[in-house]
Design a protein around this ligand. Structure first.
Ligand code: PLP
Length: 388
């Protein structure tokens, strides 16, 4: 039987036409389609500024640089995320530390954050930036984290790689009402794709200007930003040590076309989530809980095994499902447990919720074109893996 992946892009004829049109045009990169895509995403999520880049990893790096993160600074994030949420701090020479997750949402826990901030204040070791991750597409408790940011003076970056199309208290994730910047990913497993790609959203014109500089070598052709008088019409100026993190117009065309289906796509994910909850009712697993003040984008569907009710390990269940051709996955290994991070002397015992999560979590296939027949197969495989 054909195997079912955990996530899959959805490319339509309209997407292909949009890409081909750019291929036939004058600009493959640095043309008009990138700013069109930036405007469309900014308008969609009600942010003032958008800077498109070649990945969410680059977007996180550019956002940290734009906030002036550097050596001697500290950045915190959630351990239950992709390594990129933390690596952005290391790229800037900052020290990285983690805040434990909430048991129900798998998001950075505001109470754990409050406790850690109080301790850090006593040691004069407060973070400059906290990267919050909307895990699986479910928005964090942004209000509580924002209140703490006011008291302790840190900046907030939302890693919304899973969460374009999600909303918090009725407003779109990406509007940056409770943060300094929000980052989206357009990798093919995410909600909408550009092949590879990412974006920084912000309402702060200075952050947007700096992120755009870091995207393209730190070079500007904008007279208003220049330090010297141009010595000719060819003149450009390097103001920062930037990178080539640019998105191509080919990618932006795909993104613009995909963006038109964002609502349908999130709607389809919600239908699948509802159906999973019905299919899995009564099994010794916990299904995702959606808080009442948010709407998840359901990038992932993460279940937790109730290990005290079964005599199988997570690994056994996982391997049995893989043997059935079900592309289950684990999101994520706690970042502090990676060999690269182990040398930073982080105590696993400080993160009991992340440790418990990592013992129990399995991501089931979740993508808009997942059929009912396929979903039934996933549920049947899980049932037999748990019970037989
Ligand atoms: C996918 C992902 C990233 C990295 O995105 P890229 O676009 O592949 O660089 C960062 N953070 C989280 C939470 C992700 O899921």
């Amino acid at each position: 039987m054909e195997s079912i992946p955990y996530g899959r892009q959805n490319i339509t004829a309209a997407d292909i036409e949009a890409v081909v049109a750019v291929l036939r045009s004058d600009f493959l990169t640095q043309g008009p389609t990138v700013p069109d895509f930036e405007r469309a995403v900014a308008d969609r999520v009600h942010a003032r500024h958008a800077v498109a880049v070649n990945s969410a990893t680059s977007a996180l790096h550019a956002a940290c640089l734009a906030m002036g993160l550097g050596a001697g600074d500290i950045i915190w994030t959630s351990p239950i995320s992709f390594v990129a949420s933390a690596n952005c701090g290391l790229y800037c020479g900052a020290r990285v530390d983690f805040v434990d997750i909430d048991r129900e949402t798998f998001n950075l826990c505001p109470e754990a954050l409050a406790r850690k901030l109080a301790q850090a204040e006593r040691k004069s070791a407060l973070p400059k930036i906290v990267v919050v991750v909307h895990m699986a597409g479910q928005p964090c408790n942004l209000q509580a984290i924002h209140t703490l940011s006011r008291r302790y003076g840190f900046r907030i970056i939302e890693d919304a790689s899973h969460a374009i199309g999600a909303s918090y208290r009725g407003n779109a994730i990406g509007n940056c009402e409770f943060s300094d910047a929000t980052v989206f990913s357009f990798h093919p497993v995410k909600i909408i794709t550009t092949g590879e790609g990412g974006m920084v959203l912000t309402n702060d014109p200075e952050l947007a200007r700096k992120a755009a500089l870091f995207r393209s070598h730190g070079v500007t052709r904008d007279k208003r930003q220049m330090i010297r008088e141009p010595d000719g019409p060819w003149y450009y100026e390097q103001l920062e040590l930037g990178f080539n993190y640019r998105m191509t117009d080919i990618q932006a065309a795909l993104g613009l076309s995909q963006l038109r289906r964002l609502d349908d796509s999130v709607e389809a994910r919600h239908r699948l989530a509802k159906r999973y909850a019905e299919l899995l009712a009564g099994l010794p697993v916990s299904v995702p809980v959606q808080r009442s003040d948010v709407r998840s984008a359901f990038h992932l569907y993460v279940i937790r095994l109730q290990l005290d009710r079964i005599d199988r390990s997570r690994r056994e269940v996982f391997e049995a499902m893989r043997a059935d051709g079900i592309g289950v996955n684990v999101h994520y290994i706690p970042i502090y447990a990676q060999p690269y991070y182990e040398r930073m002397d982080i105590q696993r015992a400080d993160f009991p919720q992340s440790e418990a999560y990592y013992r129990e979590a399995i991501s089931l296939p979740m993508f808009p074109t997942l059929s009912s027949v396929q979903q039934d197969r996933v549920a049947a495989s899980l049932r037999s893996a748990l019970i037989s």
